[in-house]
Each structure stands twice: as structure tokens, then as C-alpha cells.
Design a protein around this ligand. Sequence first.
Ligand code: SF4
Length: 438
Amino acid sequence: MRSPQSSSADYPPDILAWLLLKFSGWLLPKPENNSPFVWRPSLEWRGFSALLKSENHPAAKLEFRIAWPPQGKSFATCGDVGVNYEVAGDLDDRWRAVLESEAQHIIRKLSVLQERLPLITAELFPGLADGLVRWSESPLPVGLSQESGDEKDVMIKLNDLACGLQCAFCTRSRHPDHVSLPGLHLIDQLYRAALSLGRPGPATDFLRIGVDEPTRHPYLTSFIALGAHLGYRRISLQTVATGLKSPQDATALVRAGLSDVQMPLYGLSAEIHDRVVNCTGHFKHITAMMDAFLQAGARVTLHSVPTIINHADISALPRWCESKGIEFHGFFFPRQEGPSRLPIGDIMPRLSDLHPEVRTRLDLFIPCLNIGTKDSPVDGRGGVKEVVSESGNASKASFDCFFASTCNSCTKRSLCTGVYKGYLELYGENEFVPIKQS
Ligand code: SF4
């Protein structure tokens, strides 16, 4: 099989679109019954579509998507592929019936194409059946993008795999078991990463893999192996480890090329941590996985979120990390990102109540309250190029910060980050006392 070519578009290419374009002559023959129509296949922003036209008059459009959203939008589904069918309003009933039957015929053909998918997959991803792609033997032109590693870190975002926890402050905590990864979508994520992930550049060789829970992704080891194959020397995983069953799973990831692991811990006892994540036994599990990563030779970095439930307990977290050879990254103040298991107003602590150890390591910088340092700005995730995911940065607005009315007279105003949205409504402005002299 000839290797598919990467598209020059700004988004990662899609394996379904490539397959359909390659087989479009067979999939979309000229409609029968002396039809004046012809199919015009094209690649689009999120997939593949075929426009049925006579002269310049569009009559119908078929759109093919992997895992079409389940709101009943699909005209039909075939395995992992959803098909949407739109007919021009001015088409008469005679042609409407013919075209509908053509569309049904095309959908039946799609099932034949899907039956061949295991063969195609085996060639594009040799070794996948063993759980680890042998990238050096793959016909995919891996790492086509030239620009990704030059100035920015790169991140593979694996959405659609909820972590299984219910952290009190997290918007995804209301859907802890949501998984929407049909088989073709899994292959598509590997394919798009292989084609769109650039080789590391002179300024950075740091690849992050995260969002939702990557250890629940069946091909995580292959993503890590791809990064190592391309030459990334630091490959980092953001995880709560719910997809790891044993210390051997952690060791296997490090053997594939994983070098760094970023994990959260919300308490120093099972009682506190498990209460924040609403999952009995998670404290025991995640601390065991930390030990396994450390023993396998990975660098482990920890962060936490102070809430009304845990803020006293986690003040000892930096020292606990030090004793275990773990790097402590910092505390992230809870933000208004949307509805969470517990309303944010019930868990957001008052800044003045935080232990000094938590204050100094918070992701805000508020000089009048001895919060943070000028090197701990709000984490806006700037400077990272994202590949694979299309859902992107939906929550950027939650990093917006606000100031008390008296802040305008403060000499530190230009350095200060202020507080996240909702804080002033909850606790008022009295805490903030403008600093008069530098
Ligand atoms: S008074 Fe306002 S501007 Fe000054 S440090 Fe405090 S929050 Fe920041």
C-alpha cells in the first residue's frame, strides 16, 4: 500500500478522510437511472464529504465522520462511521427517492470498507496487535510537520477518556465514566499523531501527553514510543493513573520512552485525598504508582489544589515530596470552569485562611496577601502546540482574573495577578489592602 500523504492544512489529517478519498471511485459511482448527477468528493475541516451535483446545481451532500455526535444527527451509521445526508430543498420527489436509495447503497459499501480496516491497520501500524507500534517499520511518513518543535513544547491531547474520579472542583467530575472512543477513532488518533507530530527542534525536545486520562487509552504505549522514535528526549504524562492496573504497567511506559510523570495528590491521607476525588482506594493506588514510576527511573512531579476540604492537610505536601524524591510543582487555586460535583463556592477556600506553605506556592501572585511569587503566574498554557485534539482550549476564560476596587491605588498592581472570577463575589474585597510603597 502506498503511504498516505499529509495534508498541508493546519489541522491533523484524518484517517477516515484519507480512506474515503482513496476509495471514492468505488464508493461513489455515478448514480444509476440516467442520472444527470455526479459525485464530487472533498476533504473538509473535520472529515470527508461528497457533493452530488448536476452542472452547477448541488442536489445532495453526504458527510462522513468518525463517531458522529450521538444527537440523532446521522442519517445512518456504519460501524464507527456516521453519515449525514442533506438534500437540496428544490429537488423533486422522483430524484429525492433515487438519491436516498443511492445513499443507502453507499452506506452498505462502507461496511465492506470497514471489514478491510484490520488489514489496512496492520500495515500502517505494524505490531499494534502486540500493543506497541513498531514505528520504524510503519509506512506512515511519521513526523512530517517541520514547525512543531522549533519554539514550543508539543502536547498530544487525548480527550474523550474520562478519568473515573469525581474531583470536587472538576467540570468533568459529573461524567466520571464517559468514554467515546470507537475503534476507528483510536486508530485515527494514532494516525494523526504520527503525521502531525513534528520532530523536536533546537529549542525544545519536550512532548507532553495528557488531558482526560491517557492511561485509559489502549494505545498510550505507542504514543510514547512514537515520541521516542521521533527523538523527543523528555516525554511527559499527565495522569491520575486510573488506567494502570499494576506497577508493571508503569514500568512498561517508562521502557517505551516515558521520562516524566505529572500527578495530583489532594491529601496526605486516604481519608482526605479519597474524599476530594470521591473514590475509595485512590490514595493507595496513586501513591503505589508514584513509587513504581520512581523505581522505573521516571521523574515524578506533583501538584495539588487547595479546597475547603484539604487545605490544612496539604500544607505538608512539599516536604512529603522531598522525602520521597518527588518534585513538587505547586498549588493550583480552584477556578470557575463550569458545573462541578460540588459547587465551586462550596470548596473555594479563603486566601487568608491558607497555610503559608500553600500561599507561597500558589499559581497566583498577590503581594498584599503573600500569595505566590512573580515567577508563579496564572497557568494559561501558552507556548504549547497541541496535536490530535480538536476540542482545544475551551476553558481559557477561566484563567481571567479580577481585582478589588481599591487595587488601583496599589503600587504592586502591575505585577499582581488578581483573583479568579467568582472569588470577590464569595469573599468580598476586605482582604486586599493596597501596598503604598514599593
Ligand atoms: S491590593 Fe490588589 S493589586 Fe495590590 S497586591 Fe493586593 S490584590 Fe494585588
